[in-house]
Structure formats: structure tokens, C-alpha cells
Write a protein of this length. Structure first.
Length: 639
């Protein structure tokens, strides 16, 4: 009788100990899923030797975001990264939507901070600051940087500034070439505002022209030091003859608003009435933020080709945004309660109220697949499609499938994965897929896991890693082929890890964990890479098979393990004995790392132990290719 194990998959909570496929385990720990053979996963690699410290609110760092220091060097070097620290694990970070943004802005948002941003200069300035832990300057590569609130507060609507037309005669004034001149005696004073004057080319004679008076409207905006423009403030009207000069006075001088970027200048606009009666605002001039007056001597023809005001509805983002996500066409989306808020495309400081969409249920989090926004809620998921905020449309699924954990949401090209009461689901334009039905199943999911506490990431190899309340372990299964049961689950046992601290590093795709004190209030957290592609360190795997029930009672008298590695393999064999309705698991042989010293060498097992049900466990640091049990040594030689 032979029992051969040549494939080694993870375990399937969905199956019982005996109907599990032969290649799957009933428990698998610290092994790789992508090798076919049984091989230990690389242990976590420490990225930082110094503690992370506390965030700006005095909390322990529970989320970091890496910013590449030198873009010409490898981004996977920890010495080439700035790590921004956040105390809220539900912190979303979106890089600037601008190509070659000279400020290299990064926007972050969480329930505890709202929407803020930092620039590269702010990051590097913090890097040269004093390390709050050691007191040493110049060596801080990561820490609790404080950002600026997003948005530009607008000028006041009241009190209004003043606009007065110029009534001086004899000065140089202008007229369109199409006007018909009316002869007038030079030097005669004309007070009718419909009459304008200009001197001829020689400056000798004064000629009168008749112009129609118009109502001109002025407004102004503020522009901050990053070139971001506010909504306009007060609107002031003045009746003037065409092209008459206007003096603006009592222009507001704002004080910088605490927490926001400093103001840089004021931008003045005025209307020009069009043939269809419309009167858009055209940009007149930018003036210093401290200026209180401006003399407008420009003709309509001079400004008709300038910028038309874009910021009429550019309100700052609302206070209390819970999170954000960046869309491929340059706009951001955030939420509060049931309301979705949208920024203008490539204007992350501008969030017009007219774009707000309300969904049926409270929003838990957002994901994206392709160009589609997936809104996961406490009820029905919603799809949002639209290249610009003004064109978005929502489409809710007919099924009530609530998302139970914001941290479980993972965006993939195929759909957005999240934890529900029935297991992991994937939702996208192609519909709904039950992601863990063949691996865990709803019953085991509810029994063994607490989906409300789950946090998930997808590794570069496509496998999904998730954590829940157990603070020393993570679980992994294949996210590319969830319909392949042979892959199963693997548990990665870690020492002293606060389980919610699990995220993907955007610039490298690495899985990052915080160990040794990521708890709130702790200041000694350190960064590690989970499941690194390369490591000089080793860790032990453990793989426990299903219970193999044979057609007859058998005594296995020999075993051969084909393996490679520097440290021998450990092996355990159990027999299952039945006494009526009671089954007992008997430890037949348990040999440590000193028995299987030579790979592929048959080892004799004690005789006289006949069972019809067996279970095998193998552990070690190398790679196991095959485990073969036979009745005799001779039988092994023919395998």
C-alpha cells in the first residue's frame, strides 16, 4: 500500500477532515502558495530600525505611506523612502492628479483628520527636523507629518468693495473703430455719461463720440500660494459708458485661515455683455493680496480673450469627509454618511455642491475597478460611472450585500473585493462573485472569522492576505483563481503584530505591517515587509494533511521524504482509531529534525500499528517535493 503526497495546498475550512481534496491541508502555516511544492514563505523583513513615534494627535502610528526620496534610485530601498505616519488605520492617501506637479502633493483623508494634503517640501522639511524619539536632527525618514486642509476660503460677500466710474474729461479714452463720430467743439465740457472723449493722433483736437452706457459687474477671488483659486466673493455693479475706466476701492485684505495654505494674491474679474445677452466674467488682473485699490482702464476688447472665471461653484471640501479615492480621469470622490462628494477634475481643492449624490444606505468605503467607482454600503452596493463629475450616474444592485469592514475593501482589475456576512465578495461591472464559497463557505466564515474586524490587501502575485482579531496571524489565499480549491488558505504566524496594521505600499506593491507596538498610544512601532520576495532569514512551515481513509487496515512500515535545504525535515504520523461512535487520534510516530538528515532516504517506521485512517504532518525550513508512505522499504524503492 502506497500513500503519496506530491501537491501541497492550503487548508479549506469549508471541508471536513476527510472530504478535503488530497492535495489540501487541514492546517497550513507559513508556507508559500505559488510554488507547487511545500516551501516556507520568507519571514517578514524589517524595513526600519527606528521606532515610528506618534502621530500629530499623539496616537501610535497605525498607517504609513511611502514617498520616494530620489526618483532615480530604486523605490524598494527603505533608505530611499519617506514614510508618512498616521494614527488612523482608515487613512486614504491619493497622489496629486497633476502630471509633473511641481509641489508633488499627496492628499490624505480619514475620519479623524478630514481631507488634508502635504507637499514634498513639507515632507523634506520634516525630514530635517528633530527626531521626537531620539532628539537627533537630520535622520528622520518617517513620522507624523501635519498637513494643510484642502480648499481655499473665499472672499466675503459682505461688506462689498466699491466701484466708481471715472468722470475726468480730456484724458485719453478709447472707442471701438466702428463708432460713428459726432463733431463737437474741442474743449467743450460734456457731462452726459453717454459722451466720451479722445484726442486725435496729434493730441490737438477733441472729438466727441456717442457710446451706449452698460452695467458692468465686478467680483474677485483669492488664490493661495499653490495657485489654487477660491469661489468669488462680493459682486459689485457699476453703470459706465463702454470702455470707461473704473476705480475699485476698499478691496478686502484677508488674514490667513488657520490650517489652510496661505493666500498669495487677489484675482479681479468683470463681465462683458455678449450678443445673446449673457455676461460671463473675464479675468482683469491679479493683484497683491494686501492691495486695497485697483484702477481698471482696460477696454472690453483687451480682456475678451482672457480667462473666463471657472471657480463660481468651487466650494472647499466639506468638513468631516470620511475617506477619498482618486479616479482615472483626475477627480476625487469622498463621502459623509449617505452622501458622495466629487471634486472638479484636476482641481482637488474644489468640491462643488451641485455634484453631490445621495445613495440609499450609509457608505462604508469606496473601491475602483477600471473606470468604475464601486460604493460599498451598509446595504446595497452601488456602481458610479462617468468620465467627469457632471456626467456621473449611479446603478445600485438589486441585492442587499452590506460591507462589514472598510479595511477589507481591495480594488482589483476584475472587481472590488470586500468582506460581507457570507464571506468575501467581489463586485464590479461584471456583477457579483462570491469569492470564498469554495474555500471557506458561509458557515465556517461566520464561525471562525469576525468580518467586522478584517483588513485586506492583494499582493503582487494576486493572492489576498487578510487579518482579523487574532493579533498574531494573517491568512492568505489566491485572489486570481478563487475557483481553484487546491490553493486553499495559509496562516502566517507573526510575533507581536497589531492585526489592523496591514496595507500595501503604493510605489512598490509591497505588503507592509507594523510590529512591536502599533497599538494606540504606543510609540515604538516598526515597519516590516510581509512575505518579501527575497530574504536571508528562514522560518519554519507546518503542513498537516487531511485524514486519509484507506479501503483496508494497513501498517505503514516506511516513509521517504524528498526535500532540499540546510535543516532537516520534521515528520509526524497519526492513526485514527474508532471505538464505537468515538474516534481517537493516536500519535504513532513523531520525529524531529534529526531523523530525516538525507533528502530522499527511506526511513523505517515501527511495525505493528494497523489503521485504516492516517494523517501526516511535515514541518521545516527547506522545500518538500514529495512524501511517500509504504508498507515496506522495498516498496519505496520502486516509487
Amino acid at each position: 500500500m502506497l500513500l503519496k503526497l506530491e501537491q501541497f495546498g492550503g487548508y479549506l475550512p469549508l471541508r471536513n477532515l476527510r472530504n478535503t481534496p488530497d492535495a489540501n491541508a487541514t492546517y497550513a502555516e507559513n508556507m508559500r502558495l505559488d510554488q507547487g511544492g511545500l516551501r516556507a514563505a520568507n519571514p517578514p523583513t524589517q524595513l526600519t530600525t527606528r521606532s515610528l513615534g506618534l502621530d500629530a494627535a499623539g496616537k501610535g502610528i497605525r498607517r504609513v505611506y511611502g514617498v520616494i526620496r530620489d526618483k532615480l534610485q530604486r523605490p524598494d530601498l527603505s533608505t530611499n523612502m519617506y514614510y508618512l505616519g498616521f494614527g488612523d488605520p482608515d487613512t486614504d492617501v491619493v497622489r496629486t492628479p497633476f502630471i509633473n506637479d511641481r509641489y508633488d502633493r499627496h492628499y490624505f483623508c480619514s475620519p479623524s483628520t478630514g481631507l488634508q494634503f502635504v507637499t514634498r517640501d513639507m515632507i523634506t522639511a520634516y525630514n530635517t527636523a528633530v527626531d521626537p524619539i531620539t532628539g537627533n536632527p537630520g535622520s528622520l525618514l518617517y513620522g507624523p507629518i501635519k498637513g494643510l486642509k484642502v480648499g481655499v476660503q473665499p472672499p466675503p460677500v459682505e461688506p462689498k468693495f466699491k466701484a466708481l466710474e471715472d468722470t475726468t474729461t480730456g484724458d485719453l479714452v478709447w472707442i471701438d473703430a466702428g463708432d460713428t463720430p459726432i463733431p463737437h467743439q474741442a474743449g467743450e465740457l460734456v457731462t452726459d455719461p453717454q459722451y466720451r472723449f479722445y484726442k486725435d493722433a496729434n493730441g490737438l483736437s477733441l472729438t466727441q463720440y456717442r457710446n451706449t452706457p452698460v452695467t458692468r459687474t465686478y467680483t474677485l477671488t483669492y488664490v493661495n500660494i499653490y495657485g489654487e483659486e477660491s469661489q468669488p466673493g462680493a459682486v459689485v455693479e457699476v453703470d459706465v459708458a463702454a470702455d470707461q475706466a473704473v476705480d475699485l476701492s476698499e478691496l478686502p485684505v484677508p488674514a490667513n485661515v488657520a490650517g489652510y495654505a496661505a493666500y498669495d494674491k487677489k484675482r479681479i474679474y468683470r463681465t462683458i455683455v455678449q450678443a445673446d445677452g449673457a455676461a460671463p466674467y473675464f479675468r482683469v488682473a491679479d493683484i497683491a493680496i494686501a492691495d486695497t485699490t485697483y484702477r481698471d482702464t482696460l477696454r472690453d476688447i483687451d480682456i475678451a480673450g482672457s480667462d473666463v472665471i471657472e471657480s463660481l461653484a468651487w466650494t472647499p471640501p466639506p468638513d468631516g469627509l470620511q475617506g477619498i479615492i482618486g479616479m482615472p480621469t483626475g477627480y476625487m470622490v469622498g463621502w459623509i454618511g449617505k452622501d458622495l462628494f466629487f471634486s472638479e477634475a484636476y482641481r482637488p481643492h474644489a468640491w462643488p455642491d451641485k455634484y453631490v449624490i445621495t445613495v440609499e444606505h450609509e457608505i462604508v468605503g469606496l473601491g475602483i475597478t477600471g473606470g468604475t467607482l464601486v460604493v460599498l454600503t451598509a446595504g446595497r452596493p452601488v456602481l458610479i460611472n462617468g468620465a467627469t463629475p457632471s456626467l456621473v450616474q449611479q446603478d445600485a444592485t438589486a441585492q442587499t450585500l452590506p460591507c462589514l469592514s472598510r479595511g477589507s475593501i481591495v480594488s482589483t482589475p476584475s472587481g472590488v473585493i470586500y468582506a460581507s456576512d457570507n464571506g468575501y465578495l467581489m463586485f464590479g461591472p461584471g456583477g457579483l462573485q462570491r469569492f470564498t464559497d469554495q474555500v471557506i463557505g458561509p458557515e465556517a466564515w461566520r464561525r471562525d472569522f469576525i468580518p467586522q474586524s478584517i483588513r485586506s490587501i492583494v499582493l503582487p502575485d494576486g493572492s489576498l492576505v487578510f487579518s482579523h482579531t487574532d493579533a498574531t496571524g494573517l491568512l492568505q489565499f489566491d485572489a486570481i483563481r478563487p475557483d481553484a480549491p487546491a490553493l486553499g488558505l495559509v496562516r502566517h504566524v507573526l510575533s507581536v503584530i497589531y492585526s489592523p496594521v496591514l496595507f500595501t505600499e503604493v510605489n512598490t506593491g509591497r505588503a507592509i505591517i507594523i510590529r512591536d507596538g502599533g497599538q494606540p498610544g504606543s510609540n515604538n512601532g516598526r515597519l516590516f515587509e510581509l512575505l518579501p520576495a527575497y530574504s536571508t532569514a528562514e522560518q519554519y512551515f507546518l503542513w498537516r494533511s487531511k485524514e486519509f481513509q484507506l479501503p483496508a487496515y494497513t501498517n505503514f512500515g516506511a516513509v521517504r521524504i524528498d526535500w532540499s535545504g540546510d535543516i532537516p525535515i520534521a515528520f509526524t504520523l497519526w492513526g485514527i482509531v474508532r471505538n464505537g461512535d468515538v474516534e481517537e487520534k493516536v500519535n504513532l510516530f513523531e520525529w524531529g529534525f534529526g531523523v530525516f538528515k538525507v533528502p530522499g532516504q527511506p526511513v523505517r517506521l515501527p511495525t505493528g500499528c494497523r489503521y485504516d485512517t492516517f494523517q501526516v504532518e511535515v514541518s521545516g525550513t527547506g522545500t518538500v517535493f514529495k512524501v511517500t508512505l509504504a508498507s515496506t522499504i522495498a516498496e519505496l524503492r520502486n516509487v
